[in-house]
Structure formats: structure tokens, C-alpha cells
Design a protein around this ligand. Structure first.
Ligand SMILES: Nc1ncnc2c1ncn2[C@@H]1O[C@H](COP(=O)(O)OP(=O)(O)OP(=O)(O)O)[C@@H](O)[C@H]1O
Length: 342
């Protein structure tokens, strides 16, 4: 083989090997680019979840009074949550279910996700839906001055509160869950039993979300409505630990009223709580702790309220609960009779 032909052969193989290196470099660059893109998408989805968790509505935590009576119920709830059983607080309006649920949830030092039960709530309201358009633009400049652009517009799945809570191991507080139609709550069955949430709108393996080990659920329902509006399916009730609450004892309610009403004296809080407890026994409407707080808010600013003023304030606090205007006079008579006897 002449020198020049050997040189050409060597150069040829050099050219071939440099082309091969170039192709390898290009495919490496493409691979790196797609890895970067996937990494960025993963980070964005993580940020989205955290943001979405932060965006969730959560009632701000109120001052919380923990007497021995409150602590007993709180510890009962904590025991069941520790063994990963969902807790269902049942009790009359204004007895303290939500305040206790939120306090126990916050004490577990996990994010808290809040859902308000409602007859209009659907499964997708709970788990999520394809609710947003997402544009992914890819601009590749393999060749200098030539831009290859590709816009992909696709529906983006948006997780709703239940999915967020399940994915992130949050404490779900599902207030008045029995107001939601049972069919919408069906997704809870596999969450509480098999530890899997099924997303009906999703396909393939993204249809199932493993329940995070720190996920817990506290459901509340109003004892009167609970028996009425939408009878939850037995399969769901079978998975819940039921804790019935009633109105707190006198001392606890006095402390609660003092924690909510600035500047009220303990003596005045005592008399308001005593009056509202008497009305609770006498009237066939729920007279809750909230009513005692509201009555105390109305009475506190008045230096020496007379009986008729106190009666008028109590009637204002309770009148919304009577169906007809004609019943307000009866309510007033009952209130005045109780005030007379205290
Ligand atoms: N332990 C507590 N410490 C401080 N405030 C409390 C406590 N328990 C209840 N309250 C207050 O009493 C009022 C009624 O409580 P809450 O809203 O929790 O009752 P509920 O049973 O959830 O009522 P509803 O049935 O209307 O949802 C609220 O203003 C709440 O802040």
C-alpha cells in the first residue's frame, strides 16, 4: 500500500471515527437535554404539589382550650390515628368537633388539608381533574441559526384536596362529610382499607396513588344531619372509628368563652354559660358553645345589662334557628322564663 493511500485510509478512518464521536456527542447532548427536561418537569410537579398544598384553604387555628375533658377525647383520637384508623367525630352543632379536629390535625406536625362536605361535591372535586392546558415548547438548535420548535399543548391533571393529602401524607379534615353524596365518597373506601387512591379520570399506572404512610383522616358530621341528609354507605362507616361528642362541661365552656371574648370576666362568662346551658336543656334547638360565645360577645360590652337586654341578646343569638317569625315570641318567652329562674 503506497504511503499516500495509507495516509488517505488513516485519514478516512480518522474522519469516520470523528463523525462517530460527533454522532455520539450529539446523541449524548440529546440525552442530557431530555434528562434535564424531565428533571425540570419533576421539580415543577413537586413545586406544584407543595404550592397546591399551600394554596389549600385551611381554617386558621383558633385559640384552643384543653381541659381534662377535652384532653380525654383528644387522646382517644390520637390513639386511633396512631394505628392509622380514620376517626369520625359525631356531635351536635357547635359542640366543638371542628376545633378539636383541627387542633389534633395540627398537633401531628404534618400539612393539614381541609374539605367541606357538600351535596354538590363530586368525586373529581375530591380527587382532581384535567383542569388546565399546559404548553410545552421545545426549541432545538442542532444546526446554527436553524431553530426547530415544537409546541405541545396538553391537558394537565390538577390534584384536588384528597389526592394532595394522600400523596403528601397530610392530615385530612373532612368537615360534615355526610353532606356529600355517598357515591362521591366512594373513593375513600380503598384509601382507608387497601391504602390506594384510585383517580377515575387518570389512565395507566397514574390511575393509582399509594397512600403516603403519614396520611391520616378526621371526618366530622353533625349528629342530627348525619342521621338525615345522605346516609353514608355502610362500607365507609365500617372503616371509621366513631367518637360521639356532646357539649362540653360547664368549666370547659367557661374557659372557651373566656378564650374567645376579650376582657370578659370569668364571673360574667360563668353566668352566660349557665344561662345558655339552661336554654340548651329547655329548648328543642341546639344551643352550642358557639351560641355561648356569641351571647358573651353581645353582653360583655354592656356595663350592667338588665334582664330584658340579656333576653334580647339571647333571642338574637338563637332566632336564626327557629323556622318562623311567629316562633320568635315563644323563644323570647322561654328565654325570659329561664332568666327569671337563674
Ligand atoms: N377546645 C376549644 N377551645 C377553644 N375554642 C373552642 C374549643 N372547642 C370549640 N371551640 C369554639 O366553639 C365554637 C364551636 O366549635 P366548632 O365550630 O368546632 O363546633 P362544631 O361542632 O364543629 O360546629 P358545627 O357543627 O357548626 O361545625 C367555635 O367558635 C370554636 O372555636
Amino acid at each position: 500500500m503506497t504511503n499516500s493511500s495509507r495516509e488517505r485510509k488513516v485519514r478516512g478512518s480518522q474522519i469516520r471515527s470523528s463523525r462517530k464521536n460527533k454522532r455520539q456527542q450529539q446523541s449524548q447532548r440529546r440525552e442530557d437535554k431530555s434528562l434535564d427536561r424531565l428533571e425540570k418537569q419533576r421539580e415543577q410537579s413537586e413545586q406544584r404539589t407543595t404550592t397546591e398544598l399551600d394554596d389549600q384553604f385551611i381554617p386558621e387555628e383558633q385559640p384552643f382550650v384543653e381541659t381534662e375533658v377535652v384532653k380525654q377525647t383528644k387522646d382517644r383520637m390520637a390513639r386511633w390515628l396512631d394505628v392509622e384508623r380514620p376517626v369520625h367525630l359525631v356531635g351536635p352543632t357547635g359542640c366543638g368537633k371542628t376545633a378539636l379536629a383541627m387542633h389534633v390535625a395540627h398537633e401531628r406536625d404534618r400539612p393539614v388539608v381541609w374539605i367541606n362536605g357538600d351535596a354538590e361535591l363530586t368525586t373529581s372535586d375530591l380527587v382532581g381533574e384535567y383542569a388546565e392546558k399546559e404548553r410545552i415548547s421545545e426549541r432545538d438548535k442542532y444546526i446554527h441559526n436553524v431553530v426547530k420548535s415544537k409546541d405541545i399543548i396538553r391537558d394537565r391533571w390538577v390534584d384536588n384536596p384528597l389526592t394532595l393529602a394522600v400523596r403528601e401524607g397530610a392530615i385530612l379534615v373532612y368537615n360534615e362529610f355526610s353532606r356529600t353524596k355517598p357515591v362521591a365518597n366512594n373513593v375513600l373506601l380503598s384509601v382507608f382499607e387497601e391504602g390506594v387512591l384510585e383517580l377515575p379520570g387518570q389512565h395507566g399506572k397514574s390511575r393509582y396513588v399509594d397512600v403516603h404512610p403519614d396520611f391520616r383522616a378526621i371526618l366530622t358530621s353533625n349528629s342530627v344531619e348525619y342521621a338525615g341528609v345522605h346516609e353514608p354507605q355502610d362500607a365507609l362507616l365500617d372503616r371509621l372509628i366513631g367518637i360521639y361528642m356532646d357539649f362540653y362541661d360547664h368549666d370547659t365552656e367557661v374557659e372557651i368563652v373566656c378564650s374567645h371574648v376579650d376582657n370578659i370576666s370569668t364571673e360574667r362568662a360563668e353566668s352566660v354559660v349557665k344561662l345558655m346551658s339552661e336554654l340548651r336543656e329547655r329548648l328543642d334547638i341546639d344551643v352550642g358553645t358557639r351560641a355561648a360565645i356569641m351571647a358573651a360577645e353581645g353582653i360583655e360590652p354592656i356595663d350592667n345589662p338588665d334582664r330584658s337586654t340579656i333576653a334580647a341578646i339571647c333571642v338574637d343569638v338563637l332566632a336564626s334557628k327557629v323556622a318562623q317569625h311567629s316562633e320568635v315570641q315563644t323563644l323570647r318567652d322561654e328565654v325570659e322564663a329561664v332568666i327569671e329562674n337563674i
